[in-house]
Design a protein around this ligand. Structure first.
Ligand code: ADP
Ligand code: MG
Length: 491
């Protein structure tokens, strides 16, 4: 496991800035692992609190990248685990306790999306109805569901509630929602395909979580195709194919396989998967598969398997549109407690276009940097950070272009905006153009004065102040115009 921790650190190093890495991650020591929980130690309470509040998810994410298993992280100060280990066994399921506590905290502040979206308070109950009907004191219903989600190989964050729906993913989202509420009965299999970082894994896991919420006894197995292969190899080596087959063919109601393209060209894995697929499909069990391309374009996948993938529903995910990208950013910002202004949101959404994972990662890095430096996440700060991260900034719109767009929008000519006439039908668009130019370009007030037909910089400054005031007063005409114009600027 220490080896795994080293690899996790390397993964983290690639995800955070060098400064951040040195400040927070290098000081973490691996202590031990029990089942699905990894116990980590830090030097003092401050580090513990900071890492718990800011980085546990990131660490879990990296552990997942390295191990392909959903591991929960528990952090404490040096020595704390040594003490608590001595009372092990006397407490109900000690493993689960810290994880459950953390989950409960997450639920309390409501920031990570609840496992009980329609919670009626039952989630906090202290005793649980178990499959056999016996009520035992111990894990809450929430803890029980949490455990099942983890055991099924699912990430509790990947829920439908956390998924932003837009034209690019609407169809696939609807298919997944249908399957989740009626597994095995609507579309079978569902084959989700699309490019990297577009939310395939998220949707796949949302299906599993939703099914478990509806029926905690459903036997859900979620894993990558690679993991399927690894388990197969282990079972072959241990001459234990019977239990492998029992697990996948007999003891499974819902099979969620991620990144099926991986088994292309791996003949015995494909063979085994083919039979697993047939057994489950015949028994009316739900199968959902993701892939980076449609079935018939999968290299090294036999026709008989590819054609089965097409039996049910083929659902693709496209890169999200700007509005969806913005909505995703807003959702993630809220979940992570990042104060994201519309301006910065626009800058990010227009700079990072194709990959939601990158979009999300960049937001989190910006949020972390701002927090670390104690500075608000302003547009200037964001621009600077993007530059340092070598992210090409999409919003390279010039003041000239803004003048043209504003003029067209109000049925005027650029020359009117640049001119000196002060009738209201021209002066308001001019002020709006100045305000937008200041906001969306790096130009200074004097530079803008020159671009706007050789005006004094104080004129531009006054226009910006005026519009800012009107925005603050929520002037309906100004707010609507700005919304419409900004949508034109970032497309
Ligand atoms: P893929 O499996 O297609 O490579 P993931 O499902 O791993 O992509 O998504 C990458 C990241 O982007 C995840 O953190 C996921 O939560 C997020 N994400 C992708 N699409 C959306 C969406 N529509 N709404 C919210 N988050 C999304
Ligand atoms: Mg994926």
């Amino acid at each position: 496991m220490t080896d795994i921790w080293q690899r996790t650190l390397l993964d983290l190093q690639a995800k955070v800035s060098a400064h951040n890495f040195d400040t927070w991650f290098q000081k973490i020591r691996f202590h031990h692992q029990e089942d699905l929980t990894v116990f980590l130690e830090v030097k003092d309470d401050f580090l513990k609190a900071w890492i718990e509040d800011n980085y546990v998810d990131l660490i879990e994410e990296s552990l997942f990248c390295v191990t392909n298993t959903r591991l929960a992280v528990v952090i404490d100060v040096q020595g704390a685990f040594d003490e608590s280990n001595q009372v092990e066994d006397t407490v109900f399921d000690l493993d689960e306790a810290p994880v459950a506590a953390r989950m409960a905290r997450l639920l309390d502040d409501g920031s990570q999306g609840s496992l009980f979206p329609l919670s009626d308070g039952q989630g906090q109950a202290t005793s649980a109805e178990f499959p056999d009907g016996a009520r035992i004191t111990g894990p809450t219903r929430h803890e029980d569901l949490q455990r099942r989600i983890q055991e099924a190989g699912l990430n509790p964050r990947y829920t439908f509630e956390e998924y932003v729906v837009g034209p690019s993913n609407q169809f696939t989202h609807a298919a997944c929602a249908a399957v989740a509420s009626n597994p095995g009965k609507s579309y079978n299999p569902v084959f989700i395909f699309g490019g990297v970082g577009l939310g395939k894994t998220h949707l796949l896991q949302a299906v599993g979580i939703e099914i478990l919420r509806n029926d905690p006894n459903a036997r859900v197995i979620s894993m990558s195709a690679e993991n399927f292969m690894n388990q197969l190899i282990t079972s072959l080596r241990n001459k234990d194919m019977n239990s492998f087959r029992m697990q996948f063919r007999n003891n499974c109601d819902v099979l969620l396989i991620d990144d099926i393209q991986f088994i292309g060209g791996k003949d015995s894995t494909q063979e085994e998967f083919f039979h697993t697929f047939n057994a489950l499909h015949q028994a009316g069990k739900q199968i959902v598969v993701t892939s980076d391309r449609p079935p018939k374009s999968l290299p090294g996948i036999e026709d008989r398997l590819a054609s089965r993938f097409a039996w049910g529903l083929l659902a693709d995910i496209q890169p999200p549109e700007i509005e969806t990208r913005l909505a995703i950013l807003e959702k993630k910002a809220e979940a992570d407690g990042i104060n994201l202004t519309k301006e910065v949101g626009m800058l990010l959404a227009s700079s990072i276009r194709s990959n939601v994972r990158e979009l999300e990662g960049t937001l989190i890095r910006l949020g972390a940097q701002a927090l670390l430096l104690g500075s608000p996440l302003t547009i200037d700060f964001a621009r600077q950070m993007l530059k340092r991260m070598h992210v090409e900034q999409g919003q390279k719109i010039s003041a000239e272009q803004i003048i043209r767009i504003v003029a067209e929008h109000f049925d005027l000519k650029s020359a009117d905006i640049k001119g000196a006439r002060r009738t209201r039908n021209i002066s308001v668009p001019r002020q709006l153009a100045m305000y937008l130019a200041r906001k969306h370009t790096p130009d200074s007030f004097p530079e803008l004065g020159r671009t706007f037909g050789g005006k004094d910089h104080t004129t531009v400054l006054a226009a910006c102040r005026k519009i800012e005031e009107l925005v603050a007063d929520e002037d309906p005409e100004i707010v609507t115009s700005l919304d419409e114009l900004e949508a034109l600027l970032v497309h």
